[in-house]
Design a protein around this ligand. Structure first.
Ligand SMILES: [Zn+2]
Length: 234
């Protein structure tokens, strides 16, 4: 067991950790994270978000610019990454050791991530051989808070003729995960886009690599939940 954490781990409340995770994620798309987007992400009113923003700023976890939004400070970012590490190690442990299916671990991890001690998480990580991705392909921040994020390109951005590998799928909806699994779309799957209908119509694709290819169609909204890397274009 190593104790890699360099920051004094002041315990943060579950809601604070959820805010920091939401801001971390939103900041990657649009900087800074807008109050309305945080509210939507956490399913709470913008008015309560504003109150919490002030408290997070007082604790030195974010800087908050009125009318523009929030940015994490270094402390805030470290705390967000610690929570993401806990969440993703828990998901790995639940699937690999306890046999949970991949569509049922996210909600459990959302609850447990606020309660699990650093020691428990690090023992789980050791038992798993220090995994680097969770069951949905999301990168697991290291003990030191280093993470290599998945590029934001999704299946909805892929042109006809291109071959891609699935890197990560969004894990917040179990039904969506079950459907993606039915289609054969998981981290590591090879897809080839055959055709794209105009006006947000379906994306027709091959799933698989080689003789076992099957043709599937997904809508662009579903495609936007699947992060991919390009393999080749022909
Ligand atoms: Zn999750």
């Amino acid at each position: 067991m190593t104790t890699g954490s360099q920051t004094p781990t002041q315990p943060l409340s579950g809601p604070v950790e959820d805010y920091l995770k939401a801001i971390y994620d939103l900041e990657r798309d649009t900087q800074p994270a807008a109050t309305n987007d945080i509210a939507e992400r956490l399913a709470i009113s913008p008015a309560s978000v504003s109150g919490m923003m002030r408290r997070l700023a007082e604790q030195g976890l974010i800087t908050h610019e009125p009318y523009r939004g929030a940015r994490l400070t270094d402390d805030g970012r470290r705390a967000a990454l610690r929570t993401l590490r806990r969440h993703r190690i828990l998901e790995c442990y639940l699937t690999e050791v306890l046999g949970y299916p991949w569509d049922r671990v996210h909600d459990e991890a959302e609850r447990l991530e606020h309660a699990a001690s650093e020691e428990l998480i690090e023992r789980m990580a050791d038992a798993l051989g220090d995994p680097v991705h969770d069951p949905h392909g999301a990168p697991i921040p290291s003990r030191e808070g280093v993470v290599e994020e998945t590029p934001r390109r999704t299946l909805a951005d892929v042109a006809a003729g291109e071959r891609v590998r699935v890197r990560q799928v969004m894990d917040d909806d179990g039904e969506r995960l079950r459907y993606l699994a039915e289609l054969g779309i998981r981290p590591g799957s090879i897809l080839r886009v055959l055709d794209r209908a105009p006006f947000d119509g379906p994306i027709t694709l091959w799933v698989g690599d080689g003789a076992g290819n099957v043709t599937r169609a997904v809508g662009p909204a579903l495609g936007a939940q699947v992060f991919v890397e390009s393999l080749s274009a022909e």
